[in-house]
Design a protein. Sequence first.
Length: 367
Amino acid sequence: MLGTTLVVLAGAVLVAKEALLSYATRGVVEQNLLGDTGSWAQQPGHASVTGAKNILLIGVDARPGQDPREPVRSDSIIILHIPATYDAAFMVSIPRDTWVEIPPYDNGARRYPGGDDKVNAAFAYGGNGLTGPAARSHAVELLALTIRKLCGVTFDGAGIVDFTGFQQVVNVLGGVDMYVDQETTSVSIGHNSTGGTEVPFRQYTRDDGGQGLDPVPGVTPVVYHVGYQHLEPWQALDYVRQRETLPNGDYDRQRHQQQFIKAVFKKMLSKDVLTNPVRFNKVIEVAGKAITIDSGGIDLADWAYAMRGVSGDDVVTIKSNEGTFNQSPGNGTAEDLDQTTINLLTAVRTDRVKGFLAAHPKLVAGG
C-alpha cells in the first residue's frame, strides 16, 4: 500500500524537485519478495516502464509482543492495477477470508503440503519456520502463487506494510483528513467514568465460528460519526482496524482502509508537506522503516517517472463481491469470490478495468 504510494508520490514531485525524489527513495527497503513469480531478474537500471502493471500490496498487523517466529497472516491483500496508459490506478481487495486452494510449497525450513484454506493463510504458511527477510520473501511468494492459481493474475512488483510501523507515518503527518462514511464503534478503545482508556468489549469465538462481543460494564466505546473530519493518528489507526461492529464486516474495513490510503497519499502531497523538505524527509524516513518493496528489478526513479501523471484523485477503489459477504459452501466462516469479481480480476489480468467499470459503475467505492 504505502510502497506504491511512495512511488506515485515520487513521480508527482519528480519534475519539480529532483531532491525530493532522492528523499523519497533513499530510505526504502528493497527485497525480492516475489521470488520466481516476479520479475526481479530484470536488469536493474533506468529501464523504461511500459505496459500494464499489477502490484501485490500486503498489510500485516502483528499482535503486540508477538513472537517473531510465530506465523503472521496477512491482514489486508490488495491488487493495485496500473493500466498501460499510466493515468490511473485501481485498487481491488481480495477478502482475507476467501476460500482458496493453496498450492504445495517448500520454503527450506517447512514444507506445506497444499490444501484448501483462507487466502490470508498462504502468507503464514509461506513464511512458517522463518524470520526476518526470508520469512517475508517466502510468505509473499506463496501468496502470489495462490492468487495466480485463483484468478490468473501475476505480479510485477509487491509491497509489505507493517501496520504498526505505519502508525509512525501518520504521527509525523499529524493525522489525516478523511470522510467517515458510516458510524463505526471501536471494539478496541473506550473510556471509563474517570476518563481512563480501557477496552470496551470482551471478544470471544461463538459456536458458529464468528466473533462475539460482550460490552464491558462502565466503559463507553469510542464512536466515529459520519462526516468529513480530521482524525488524530490514534483515531485513524483505530478506525481502519474496525470490522466486528460493521454490518458488512471485513468489506467495510477494506473500504475504510482504501479510503485511508488515499487520505494519507493526499496528505503527503499537500502543500504543507511538499514545501517543507525537512518534514517531507521525516515522513519518508519513518515510512521506509514500515515498508518493504519488490520493485521488480526496475529502478524506483523509473517507476516514479512512469507514474508522474497519477494523483490521489486518480486512485480508484473497487468493491469485491459487491461489498457483501459471499459465504463459501466449502467453509461456513469463509467466502467465495462471486462471478462479477472473477470477471473483474479477468479485466485486471487483461488490462480492461476501465471498460469493465464503465459497465459496472456501482463497483466503484466511495471516498
